[in-house]
Design a protein around this ligand. Structure first.
Ligand code: SF4
Ligand code: MSK
Length: 631
């Protein structure tokens, strides 16, 4: 069964049965064992910020205590818990970005870290006002730009450089509302300070500070992560790939790259082609080395090399259960601590590589940024050596994969949409063709659909349902992270998926030769969505909040998603969440999120669990925006 437009991913059931036969445990077993999850935690009204606690307050004034020992009420406790999620999410994206910038600082003509996109290096250097950006020697300029970027994390004065990409009116709003983000580390630190016992208790102030920190992620850490990865590893171009666990190859050494950071993954891709490694693989009886991607490391390497996508967040265990994976190599974020136990049931080696994500029970091979290629070879060697330990009786690779188009960076998307109005592809073009399509009503609007899987909902179902409903209504979707992989597996990233689109979107897809859902990359690449939206707003002379665009996270689970939602709302984009964050315990805070923020940021959070209802709400939202624009 391959290359059909699937209604839904059917792999999990078969592999879960296999796991249970083989005594291996999965996330669903653990969820079941937890029974009912904590109602206080779910509503965000449990506080353990200081050692007088933990304090659980009651959601009902008639039925229990309304204040913790220090006097914090439900509004304060909920707002502080929310703020801490934003701070943690921002720290994760931004620290990832810092590693990319460090790698750029180590880059040289001799490599292995090299500058692959010199034009983008010079463009960003120009944008940031470096003198001689057009003439300086490449690596001299790269090092100067990297130092400037490192200051974005800790500079003592001023706001972030990329804020200038936003429309003037949005920049003024940020200044007026006192939410223009300063140095990234400062925003994270100061928000954590605000949530310390005895600091901020005003929930509105905590929300404002959360927005500012979130904005330091979107227009800071994430944007730096994306742009500097492009400079180092190349701007993604449209290309074909394949997705789902059927990309594992029974006759090859299978290496799963999982996590988020492209620094190691890029080197592993090169090392997997090293003749020495290939020779060992063949000597061990394998046909070759098959590197596949999982979660956002997977998105990074598929966007730039067409590396096949094994799956998204919920499939990290499924991949191991196939019995056909020689090594899972991880860097940071979204890695189950359960994996080392799971691999004990198979021959798979679980290799962690980052001191920031040392995982109990792993085989730890630390990524050495001064000798990155040596580390990559070492981990690949573990995998190829392991091929001979396979247990043939345990191998069961689902016969399921989809053709997938990927690589829609801002530059590539602009180039493709230029084809709708121009005969020649112009990768240096502008967003005018895109905004013309929206203004003419051929496309009603755009939705950025992002985020994880969450066992609170049937995996991939909400992602795929929302996307299908929206494209039917001529709303073009751009997607990142595990949502993008859900779309890939469901066939929505194939050119043929245009048949599921409304008339306008279908025609645009035909003329531009693109799918109706565009894969824009990993979680940090949501900054690409900010970038393109800002360009359209600038081109039309309006604010981002005026545009018929929305942010959507149907199945999110990570703190990073809370930071993302906060920067989307802070940027003027109504943001739809299919999982309600832990805020139900405070009507005031929830009302602020879903209504009150309209006054501050001109956009709000919307909570809706049903993906069909959510899609209807989004379509109405987009039509309302069009009416207000008079288009
Ligand atoms: Fe309890 Fe207040 Fe301490 Fe939180 S900060 S644990 S509410 S005493
Ligand atoms: S990997 S943050 S599960 S999208 Fe970026 Fe997927 Fe969510 Fe991690």
């Amino acid at each position: 069964m391959s290359n059909e437009l699937l209604e839904f991913d059917v792999i999990a059931e078969a592999l879960m049965e296999k796991a249970s036969r083989e005594g291996a445990e999965t996330m669903w077993d653990r969820k079941k064992a937890l029974k009912t999850q904590c109602g206080f935690g779910e509503q965000g009204i449990c506080c353990r910020i200081c050692a007088m606690g933990p304090c659980r307050v009651s959601p009902n004034p008639e039925k229990g205590p309304q204040r913790g020992i220090c006097g914090a009420d439900r509004d304060t406790i909920v707002a502080r818990n929310f703020a801490r999620m934003v701070a943690a999410g921002t720290s994760a994206h931004s620290d990832h970005a810092r590693d990319i910038v460090h790698a750029m600082h180590l880059s040289s003509a001799e490599g292995p870290f090299k500058i692959r996109d010199e034009a983008k290096l010079r463009q960003i250097a120009n944008e940031w006002g470096i003198e001689g950006s057009d003439t300086k020697e490449t690596y001299e300029l790269a090092h100067e730009l990297a130092e400037m970027a490192l200051l974005e994390f800790g500079k003592p004065f001023g706001t972030l450089k990329f804020l200038k990409r936003a429309p003037k009116v949005r920049q003024e709003l940020w200044e007026r509302e006192n939410i223009a983000p300063r140095a990234i580390d400062q925003e994270v630190t100061t928000l954590l300070h605000s949530t310390h016992i005895g600091c901020a208790s005003d929930y509105e102030s905590l929300m404002r500070r959360s927005l500012r920190t979130g904005l330091s992620d979107g227009w800071g850490g994430s944007m730096i992560g994306t742009e500097f990865s492009d400079i180092m590893y190349g701007v993604p171009q449209e290309r074909a790939s394949e997705s789902n666990l059927g990309v594992l190859d029974e006759e090859s050494v299978n290496i799963v790259l999982h996590g988020h950071d492209p620094n190691l993954a890029e080197m592993v891709v090169v090392a997997s082609k090293d003749p020495e490694m290939l020779e060992i693989a063949k000597a061990n009886g394998a046909k070759g080395i098959n590197v596949v991607g999982m979660c956002c490391t997977g998105n990074e390497v598929t966007m730039r090399h067409g590396i096949k996508i094994a799956g998204n967040f919920y499939q990290q265990e499924m991949a191991v259960i196939t019995g056909a994976v020689e090594a899972v190599i991880v860097d940071v974020q979204c890695i189950f601590p359960a994996l080392p136990n799971l691999v004990d049931h198979y021959h798979t080696r679980f290799i962690s590589t980052s001191p920031k994500a040392k995982i109990a029970g792993d085989l730890y091979i630390e990524f050495d940024e001064h000798n990155p290629y040596e580390t990559a070879k070492e981990v690949v060697k573990v995998a190829v050596d392991n091929y001979k330990n396979r247990d043939a009786s345990k191998i069961e690779i689902p016969d399921l994969k989809q053709d997938t188009m990927i690589g829609y960076s801002v530059e590539t998307t602009i180039g493709c949409l230029d084809r709708v109005v121009n005969t020649q592809v112009d990768i240096e073009g502008t967003v005018k063709p895109l905004s013309d399509l929206i203004w003419a009503g051929v496309l009603r609007g755009a939705a950025g659909i992002v985020g994880c899987n969450n066992p609170k909902t049937e995996h991939d179902y909400s992602h795929v349902t929302v996307m299908k409903e929206l494209i039917k209504n001529d709303i073009i979707c751009v997607t990142t992270g595990c949502a993008a992989q859900a779309a890939a597996k469901a066939g929505l990233l194939q050119l043929e998926a245009k048949e599921l689109a409304g008339r306008g979107l279908k025609e645009a897809c035909e003329r531009a030769n693109i799918p109706p859902v565009l894969h824009m990359g990993s979680c940090v690449d949501i900054s690409r969505i900010l970038d393109i939206v800002a360009r359209v707003a600038n081109e039309r002379g309006v604010d981002i909040s005026d545009l018929p665009v929305v942010g959507v996270a149907p199945e999110w689970m990570s703190e990073k998603a809370v930071a993302i939602a906060s920067y989307c709302v802070g940027s003027g984009i109504n943001t739809y969440l299919g999982i309600v964050p832990y805020v139900d315990g405070s009507e005031n805070f929830k009302k602020l999120m879903t209504e009150g923020l309209m006054e501050t940021t001109k956009s709000v959070f919307v909570f809706e669990k049903d993906p069909v209802v959510m899609a209807d709400l989004i379509a109405d939202d987009i039509e309302e925006k069009r009416k207000n624009l008079g288009i």
